[in-house]
Design a binder for this molecule. Structure first.
Ligand code: ZN
Length: 236
């Protein structure tokens, strides 16, 4: 079972992983929130399950709604979309262990890409090489080269079985009505929020420690409401 992260724990994860790539940072957050699960198990999560768990953790830490920002390709204005983590995850379920596509040459068996696959693919130097790596790891018989139509069917089946693996947002620009679409990179988004929270929290610790002489531990143990109340007294 996933657990909520205390302020101390969240700050410790941020401190240890802030230089790492987003998928590793997401893995570190889930590892801290799932202390009973072996890291190997977490690497075996489908990308949709990984994203769903990160969004749940996000909601626990920062609230259920969040704003995603993109830039309009038509007029260059910023477009903000408000999303709800629970709504995004509502229809999620773990993909089946194996998927199948039947073509002229027979049955192709494969599984949904996992966090581990994406982390390994992230070390590839080109997008094409990354796709090849993922496919090689997910096909039951990895040496077989697939005709384009079969490859498209395999990719389509992967997307359908695990829709939260790639979250596409779309709408119309409120300024010029140009349609827009953007991918939500869940791990990068969640970490950005963790980073901003950590900066804010360290600043608050600094102010309270200087004013009252309290230790970092003692300040972190204050509830957010009580911490804000003391900060307001400092500012008068
Ligand atoms: Zn626009």
């Amino acid at each position: 079972m996933m657990q909520r992260l205390s302020a101390e724990k969240l700050l410790a994860v941020w401190e240890e992983h802030w230089r790492q790539p987003p998928l590793r940072q997401g893995l570190a957050l889930l590892a801290a929130a799932n202390p009973e699960e072996h890291p190997e198990t977490l690497l075996g999560l489908s990308m949709g399950t990984f994203n769903a768990r990160l969004l749940t953790l996000y909601a626990w830490c920062f609230g259920a709604t969040f704003t995603a920002v993109t830039t309009c390709t038509g007029c260059g204005e910023l477009i903000e979309t408000t999303l709800n983590a629970a709504n995004l995850c509502a229809s999620h379920s773990d993909p089946p262990p194996w998927l199948e596509v039947v073509d002229d040459a027979g049955v192709v068996r494969f599984r949904s890409p996992t966090l581990g696959d994406l982390i390994v693919a992230g070390e590839a130097t080109t997008l094409d090489a990354a796709s090849q790596t993922i496919l090689a790891r997910c096909l039951e018989t990895p040496t077989r080269s697939l005709p384009p139509a079969t490859l498209a069917a395999v990719t389509g089946a992967m997307e359908q079985a695990d829709p939260l693996a790639a979250i596409e947002l779309d709408g119309a620009c409120p300024h010029c009505a140009q349609p827009w679409s953007a991918a939500l990179d869940v791990a990068a988004f969640v970490w950005r929020q963790v980073h901003q929270w950590a900066q804010r929290t360290l600043q608050e610790i600094h102010l309270l420690a200087r004013a009252y002489g309290w230790s970092e531990d003692a300040i972190l143990r204050l509830s957010p409401g009580r911490r804000q109340a003391y900060l307001q007294m400092i500012y008068g």
